[in-house]
Design a protein around this ligand. Structure first.
Ligand code: ADP
Length: 570
């Protein structure tokens, strides 16, 4: 802290002291006014009563107004009050000619040391009191004045020490305030840096997802052509690599979404036993490929419909199970789960046991931190970003649950997590995982694809045409509006709309269609956003512009089929 700031702070002492001092003065001078009335001699009684009443009134006013007076001004008013106190004491001594009245002056001197950290204020009052006392001594001849001189001198010394202590206290307070300001500024900088990091990650994953759409789409198209066995294997490897790259990008995106408070949970109905069976089926392929056993153990046999986010719950399981399989070479993985009813919630708890490499005790506390791995050789041997467990923990907590780990190095690990669910309405059993209509072949549908990127156009054209869909293409929003204006209003059943395009972007194009620029009949045409930006805020932006649905690139074939099925002509 710079010296000038420190001094400035020290000068503006007595924060919030005015009110209690004014309060004490008010009562003191109220009592003094009364006692003067009964105890003082008639000669000077009314002079001292008037002065003490005036002091009482000034104290009362300051007591009431203290809250509106700035810290700097408060110091000044305390000085005035103590000056009033000095005048009362000196006048009392003078008029009464009783040396013991010096004790009042003594009290004001001590009080000045306790209250003032400002050197000038303290010195002013000390000088004022001493001057008053000396003047009275010169004017009146009183006994025992030498005795009181030493008492006043000692009082002044004590006052000096109190003043030094108060000064140190106030400057320490000022330093603490300064440090608090710095900490607050640092916190704000950290928040801003974190937001910038999240925005950067979101932006990067957008930039990566766009070309990934081309890669995955093209791999999908090639895999449907006539290939010899070697080519099929090459394509399968390319697909695996592209999928794992997408996995990493999705992890980074999820992480930045959680950090930015952007991750919204779904509330849909699903059935627990069915969910767990499907989950094990999916993971079995991976476990089998390493020769590991994958067992599901539960006492829970009856069907349980709950409301929650099965997609995120699956993500938690996938992260934990893929780690369990990844870090286990012998033995197997066991999933135990149970559901208990507590009040009006169903508490789902599970344990994932593996017989793998285990984790050393020192690595466990930071295991759920982002980008953390048990040891650096893990990255070299197994790969991974160190984001999986951080996301898993945050997802569990977002769903209202918690996660814990027990592990023994060389023996294996147990990851345990619990999630509370609301029971679903039993009269309407649902299963969000099933979309029977989605699997039906899509035909008899005409779609306008609005997309500026050549590769993405090519990918979408190939996929859609492969499904038997009729596709028209517009290179940007303006072209889309021209095409829609020129065509018969019943020609297109659906529009796939890219969001970021030159000339006219997807949001504005949608707004114009909804406003009737392409004719009344097309105002309600279904529009599905097709974007590489997977943040929830982007989704909302699409809905706000008037779009009906939302697909992210790289396009997932199943989601695309589901969407097409929704808008298929009967
Ligand atoms: P990643 O696996 O992508 O590196 P995670 O956050 O999923 O990131 O895991 C962080 C680290 O925790 C891993 O690198 C590994 O060291 C350790 N780990 C996680 N699960 C297990 C497990 N089942 N057995 C042993 N180590 C594990």
């Amino acid at each position: 802290m710079s010296l000038s700031t420190k001094n400035k702070r020290v000068k503006s002492d007595s924060q919030a002291l005015l009110k209690p001092i004014a309060f004490a003065f008010f009562f003191l001078y109220l009592l003094l006014s009364l006692s003067h009335f009964f105890l003082l001699s008639e000669d000077f009684k009314w002079t001292l009563i008037s002065l003490s009443s005036l002091t009482m009134i000034v104290s009362f006013v300051l007591m009431r107004k203290a809250g509106n007076i700035s810290a700097d001004r408060q110091s000044f008013w305390i000085l005035i009050l103590l000056a009033f106190g000095t005048i009362n004491s000196v006048l009392h001594l003078w008029l009464s000619q009783l040396p013991e009245q010096t004790t009042n002056i003594f009290l004001v001197i001590i009080a000045s040391g306790i209250v003032f950290s400002n050197r000038a204020h303290w010195a002013f009052l000390i000088v004022l009191n001493w001057l008053g006392w000396i003047v009275v001594n010169l004017a009146v001849d009183m006994p025992m004045m030498m005795h009181f001189f030493f008492a006043l001198f000692m009082g002044t010394m004590l006052s000096w020490f109190a003043h030094l202590a108060r000064r140190t206290l106030v400057s320490k307070q000022a330093e603490l305030l300064q440090e608090r300001d710095i900490a607050v500024a640092h916190e704000q900088e950290a928040i801003a840096a974190n937001e910038a990091k999240s925005a950067f990650l979101a932006n990067m994953s957008h930039e990566i997802r766009t070309p990934m759409n081309g890669i995955i789409g093209m791999i999908e198209i090639i895999s449907r052509t006539n290939l010899n066995d070697d080519q099929k294997q090459f394509i399968a490897t390319a697909k695996r690599s592209a999928d794992s790259l997408l996995f990493v990008i999705n992890d980074i995106l999820d992480f930045s979404k959680i950090e930015a408070g952007e991750l919204r949970l779904e509330n849909v109905e699903f059935e627990i036993t069915h969910f767990m069976r499907d989950l094990v089926q999916e993971q079995k392929v991976l476990a089998d490929s390493k020769g590991l056993k994958l067992d599901l153990v539960t006492n829970n046999t009856k069907q349980l419909n709950v409301v929650g986010d099965p997609y995120r719950m699956k993500q938690v399981f996938n992260n934990l199970l893929s780690n369990a399989v990844k870090f286990t070479d012998r033995g197997g993985v066991t999933i135990k789960y149970d559901v208990v009813s507590i009040d009006d919630t169903l508490r789902f708890s599970t344990e994932i046991h593996d017989t793998g490499i285990g984790i050393c005790d020192s690595a466990i506390p930071s295991l759920f931190d982002s980008f953390s791995q048990a040891d650096t050789s893990t990255t070299r041997k197994f790969g991974g970003t160190g984001l999986g467990l951080a996301i898993t923990k945050q997802l569990c907590e977002l769903m209202g649950g918690d996660i814990a780990i027990e592990s023994t190095l060389g023996k294996g690990s147990i990851f345990k997590f619990t999630i509370p669910f609301k029971p679903a309405d039993q009269t309407e059993p649902g299963d969000s995982d099933e979309h029977p209509e989605a699997l039906q072949p899509v035909m008899n549908l005409s779609v306008l694809l609005v997309e500026d990127n050549d590769i993405n156009q090519e990918v979408m054209l190939a996929i859609l045409e492969n499904m038997g869909v009729n596709v028209g293409v517009a290179n940007d929003g303006l072209e889309a509006i021209d095409i829609l204006e020129a065509s018969d209003s019943t020609h297109y059943d659906l529009i796939f709309m890219d969001c970021q395009m030159p000339n006219l972007d997807g949001y504005e194009t949608t707004r114009r269609i909804r406003a009737g620029h392409t004719g009344e009949a097309l105002r309600q045409i279904p529009i599905v956003a097709l974007t590489a930006n997977a943040m929830d805020s982007e989704k909302q932006k699409c809905f706000d512009a008037g779009m009906n649905d939302y697909l992210t690139k790289p396009v997932d074939i199943e989601s695309l089929k589901n969407t097409l099925a929704l808008y298929q002509r009967n």
